[in-house]
Design a protein. Structure first.
Length: 67
């Protein structure tokens, strides 16, 4: 979502290989996602701050997914 904007859960699931992506978006425990309309989610300002806070973790995850 950071790169491609609002997205469907199935697209996020396929792009990230996170099986539970749709459920994560729907339950939104941390307030990082917002349902814009049926089947379309975006990242909230809180989620954007989390991307900055956890940038080092994301780099590590990205490295492991490309290895």
């Amino acid at each position: 979502m950071r790169k491609n904007g609002p997205s469907k859960p199935a697209i996020i699931k396929a792009a990230t290989d996170v099986e539970k992506a749709p459920r994560i978006l729907q339950t939104d425990v941390y307030g990082w996602f917002e349902r814009m309309e049926r089947g379309i989610y975006t990242i909230t300002p809180v989620g954007k701050r989390a991307l900055k806070t956890y940038a080092d973790v994301l780099k590590t995850l990205a490295k492991h997914t490309t290895d």
